[in-house]
Write a protein that binds this ligand. Sequence first.
Ligand SMILES: [Zn+2]
Length: 135
Amino acid sequence: MKLSDPHLAILRRDLESRRRQLEAELAHFEAWSMSQLGFGHALLDDGSAAFDQATQLTLRQNTERLLTQALNALDRLEAGVYGLCEGCGEAIDLERLQAVIDARLCLTCQRVQERSPIGRIVRPRPALLPAAAPA
Ligand SMILES: [Zn+2]
């Protein structure tokens, strides 16, 4: 079942507020990195500072990844393919999208993917391409 406009509007609002929040977090990481400049040599000998830097980097990379996912979801929304499973092309359950707003796979395909030894079955978006006419 395709998502209704009111549902899409709510999901879009949530995605946009998530994007703003993640962008604010990245700006915070940016400011933190800048504040570390100039203290670098003194801090390099300090184990806890090095740990802080590693932790910050991990958190920042995670935030960047989440932001990319949110932006991709917004792109799919614009393209009218948001909420369609990239594995089977079926609509993803609204409950799943509400729980995982940037889900790209339906629960069934997600489970198949998690069981797959390769860990990945994601193919280039078939839903974006015009359906191939049977030969
Ligand atoms: Zn699927």
